[in-house]
Design a protein around this ligand. Structure first.
Ligand code: PEP
Length: 253
C-alpha cells in the first residue's frame, strides 16, 4: 500500500516562503515517488501554491472545510471553494479543531461527508486527550470518533479517505506514542473500520500516525506495516526535515 505523508502547516506560512519551500522540495529530490505527499497550507496560500506544488509532485489540501456549499456563514470555506482554490484534499477533525475550536463528532462527520461528496479526498483525524489516556479511555474515545464519522457514510471509500491516528498529547509536544503503542491502536482502528464497513475496505484504508513525527523517529514509525504514513505538523515547515521524513518511508517492492 502506498504511504501518504501529509504536512499540516497550521497557521504558518507566507506567499514568498511557500514558493521557496516548494522550490527547495523539488531540488531535494525525486525519492518520494513511492508515497503520496500532500501539503495543507493556510487557505490563503492554496491558489498560489497548487501549480508549483504539482510541479514538485505534491498535492494540496485544506486544513478544514465547512459542511455546507454556500450561504451566510461568515469566515467559513466550502468544499467547492477548496476545489476552486486548487485543493484535492481536506482534513476533518484535527485535534485543534476538536479541542481548541470545540468541534463535536457530529460536526466532524458532517464536514467529512460534504467534503467527500464534493469529490475531495479527506483525512479524518482521531485521537485521545492525555486525561482520556490516563483514565484508560483511549480505545473508547477513538472508537467513538471512528464510528461517528463512518457509520452509514456511503460516499467514503479507501480511495478517497485516510485516517490519521493522532494522540492529542503527542501533537506539538515532542512526545510520541511508542511504535508498539501506535501499532496496537492502528490495528484496533482497522478492526473497527472492518466492523463498520468490510474487511476489504479496512485492509485497503490507509491509517497514518501523527504526533511529533520528526526525521529522527520517522523511520521506526513508518516501518510498521500497520502504519501507512504520517501527518506531520512542526517538521513539515522546513523542506529539509519534511524531506527527511518522506525519505524515511520504506521503499515499496
Ligand atoms: C499535527 O498537527 O497534526 C501534528 C501531528 O503536529 P506535530 O507533528 O507538530 O506534532
Amino acid at each position: 500500500m502506498k504511504q501518504i505523508i501529509g504536512g499540516n502547516w497550521k497557521m504558518n506560512g507566507s506567499r514568498l516562503a511557500s514558493l521557496e519551500f516548494l522550490r527547495e522540495m523539488k531540488r531535494l529530490g525525486s525519492e518520494y515517488a513511492s508515497s503520496d505527499i500532500v501539503l495543507f497550507p493556510p487557505f490563503t496560500l492554496l491558489p498560489l501554491m497548487t501549480d508549483a506544488a504539482a510541479d514538485a509532485g505534491i498535492e494540496t489540501g485544506g486544513q478544514d472545510v465547512f459542511w455546507l456549499e454556500k450561504g451566510a456563514f461568515t469566515g467559513e470555506i466550502s468544499p467547492a471553494m477548496l476545489v476552486d482554490a486548487g485543493a484535492s484534499w481536506f482534513i476533518a477533525g484535527h485535534s485543534e479543531r476538536r479541542h481548541v475550536i470545540g468541534e463535536t463528532d457530529e460536526i466532524v462527520r458532517r464536514k467529512l461527508e460534504t467534503g467527500l461528496e464534493t469529490g475531495l479526498r479527506g483525512i479524518l483525524c482521531v485521537g485521545e486527550l492525555i486525561e482520556e489516556r490516563e483514565a484508560g479511555k483511549t480505545e473508547e474515545v477513538v472508537r467513538r470518533q471512528v464510528q461517528s464519522a463512518l457509520e452509514g457514510l456511503d460516499c467514503v471509500s479507501p480511495e478517497n479517505f485516510v485516517i490519521a491516528y493522532e494522540p492529542v498529547w503527542a501533537i506539538g509536544t515532542g512526545l510520541t506514542a511508542t511504535p508498539d503503542e501506535a501499532d496496537r491502536m492502528h490495528s484496533l482502528i482497522r478492526e473497527w473500520v472492518a466492523a463498520i464497513k468490510s474487511n476489504d475496505f479496512a485492509d485497503n484504508t490507509r491509517i497514518q500516525y501523527g504526533g511529533s513525527v520528526k526525521p529522527d523517529n520517522a523511520a521506526e514509525i513508518l516501518s510498521r506495516p500497520s502504519i501507512n504514513g504520517a501527518l506531520v505538523g512542526g517538521a513539515s515547515l522546513k523542506p529539509e526535515s519534511f524531506m527527511d521524513i518522506i525519505k524515511a518511508v520504506p521503499l515499496q517492492e
